[in-house]
Design a protein around this ligand. Structure first.
Ligand SMILES: Cc1cc2nc3c(=O)[nH]c(=O)nc-3n(C[C@H](O)[C@H](O)[C@H](O)COP(=O)(O)O)c2cc1C
Length: 346
């Protein structure tokens, strides 16, 4: 008999998963002997076809699978069951009880937005990560770690960041999710706590940018390019840029891609590597394909150049199947702060 307390414990590990802007846009529901993961899709402009939400839900499921194994349970998932949930999960005692090697890293994993050390990715670690993706059957990982490929990928990130800074809807969504002090972060237990952004001496100036009018005016004087250049430098200082592609655009494939993303992130954490998603570019590409008219001609050109640069950096089979783009490397220091999670109550 699996107790309600055990199910809640598994859900709490699910809750530690990453989500876009730390929105944690899901909830759990106990149904007799099953635990349901229910989507609460947010309306961020990036959330086209719920791609980022589904990616996060995949990460939640991966954490739960790992936690269940650690507790000696087998997790059986029914994806997109009738009734509208994302997954209905049942558990049973496992015949073989082996701790999961990635379990200790669920709590340790977090975004690290600091500079990384200029250190190469050891070939054996590179291979281990590629193999992890291959063995999952959920998608493909490509790594850009040679100088020319890294430069192209970093330029791609540059274009994504630039356009992101120039879009009013994205600006509004970003600043809505910022938690300006610890008290606010602890009260909401979601969103982006300012200290996790690692802005250092730029933090006071960033506060002024919550005004779109000011940001728009400063963009005329090169603010968006300045911010994008910082992103370029962060990418160039990383050991590698990574890209995950999924086999198709179905919700199930995106969800499974999210599982793979989390598995890789936990694996990297176990190997002493840090990661920061560079998701703006991926989301903006999808927005461009969906409705090019929402961008100015110069933004369209930036995004088209970004796609070209990504293609140069990675051997992409189909750019529409890109799930995630990120930088990885060895951070000199731990993040200045960690994002909190909403508390799951009985
Ligand atoms: C789909 C998705 C997109 C994300 N995009 C970005 C991003 O573009 N930049 C970034 O710094 N973090 C990004 N993140 C990381 C989240 O902001 C992070 O997971 C969340 O704030 C919780 O923090 P934690 O992962 O440290 O626990 C993304 C996460 C997900 C799942």
């Amino acid at each position: 008999m699996i107790t309600k307390e055990t199910l809640l414990e598994i859900a709490r590990y699910g809750q530690m998963a990453p989500s876009g802007d730390n929105l944690q846009d899901w909830r759990f529901s106990l149904k007799e002997d099953a635990l349901e993961l229910v989507g609460a899709f947010h309306n961020h402009p990036f959330n086209l076809n719920h791609r980022p939400s589904l990616t996060g839900y995949g990460a939640v499921l991966e954490n739960m699978l790992i936690a269940a194994q650690e507790l000696g349970l087998e997790m059986m998932e029914d994806l997109f069951p009738a009734g509208g949930a994302i997954a209905s999960l049942k558990f049973r005692e496992s015949s073989v009880k082996t701790p999961h090697p990635l379990f200790p890293f669920i709590e340790k994993r977090s975004v690290n937005r600091r500079n990384y050390l200029h250190r190469d990715l050891p070939p054996e670690i590179r291979e281990e990560l590629i193999q992890t993706a291959q063995n999952s059957g959920f998608g493909r990982l490509s790594l850009a770690d040679g100088l020319p490929a890294k430069k192209s990928a970093a330029k791609a990130a540059f274009y994504g960041s630039q356009v992101m800074m120039e879009d009013q809807g994205i600006h509004q969504a970003l600043f809505q999710s910022i938690r300006w002090n610890q008290a606010e972060a602890e009260r909401t237990r979601d969103g982006l706590y300012i200290k996790t952004l690692e802005l250092g001496i730029q933090e006071p100036a960033f506060r002024f940018l919550s005004s779109w009018r000011l940001t728009k005016a400063l963009n005329l004087f090169g603010l968006s390019r300045f911010a994008a250049f910082r992103d370029y430098q962060l990418c160039m200082g990383s050991s590698a840029l990574g890209l995950i592609e999924v086999p198709d655009d179905s919700p199930q494939s995106i969800l499974n891609g999210g599982k793979l993303f989390e598995r890789l992130w936990l694996k990297m954490t176990s190997l002493g590597l840090s990661l920061q998603p560079e998701y703006a570019l991926v989301a903006l590409f999808h927005m461009l394909w969906n409705n090019p008219a929402q961008f100015t001609p110069s933004q369209r050109e930036c995004l088209t150049n970004g796609i070209k640069m990504l293609k140069e950096a990675f051997s992409i089979e189909n750019e529409k199947r890109i799930l995630m783009f990120f930088r990885l490397g060895y951070a000199a220091k731990e993040p200045s702060a960690r994002s909190l999670r909403k508390i799951i109550r009985k």
